[in-house]
Design a binder for this molecule. Sequence first.
Ligand SMILES: [Zn+2]
Length: 261
Amino acid sequence: MDEAAAQSTYSVRAWGRRFGRQVIDFLAPPKCLVCHDAVLEPASLCLSCWANLKLIDAPVCNVLGIPFAYDQGEGAISPAALAEPPTWDRARAAVAYDEASRRIVHALKYRDTMEAGLLMARLMARAGQPLIGEADVIIPVPLHRFRLWGRRFNQAAFLSQQISRQFGKAYRSDVLKRNRATRSQVGLSSDERRKNVAKVFQVMPEAVGHIAGRRVLLVDDVLTTGATAGSCAAVMKKSGAAHVDVLTFALVLEPKRPHIG
Ligand SMILES: [Zn+2]
């Protein structure tokens, strides 16, 4: 077979593969990202999984983003934020972290399901609209250097890119760097833990100009203890960031914190 014939055989095969994939997409309708039941649109949930998802709506603590049981006025701050003020300015999350939202987070993190990321970004855009609107630059929390299982997929970077594209904001993944953890957190007091995690992140010296005097929006998938986002915010403020907000898909609500329901 000459080269031209081989080329055309190849392109017919490639076309066949593409066509085959379209047929499969047509025959296999989109599935709910949580329970895998059939749904009408890709990147969505079935009605009962939507009902299970606990969206975080106003009123919320202006600093921690935790829901208030009743409206306490614009900019109200929770006792938890007053007792232990974080290094960031404002945090917002789309949903409470629970079994339903955990499955969506894992779909993006470990199964590389981009549809889950699209849904997460959509809900984050809804929850964080004012913060996104006021941001000069969107920065993801850097990936763990050592991932024990799964592929090296930076879900925070994917979410940041989606949101920056949707709102026409600058996106930079070269500002923060995650170094190797200096020592295990086991057996450390909360103060020691904070100091330990503080050394994990650094602002790249050549990227200081992208955050100095600017409003930064830091993006991650889940806000758990706030130690990671807190140390990212701290190093960026030390490098001259004027303001640091945090936007995550899910927020772990501790039982001691007040919330609706
Ligand atoms: Zn479902």
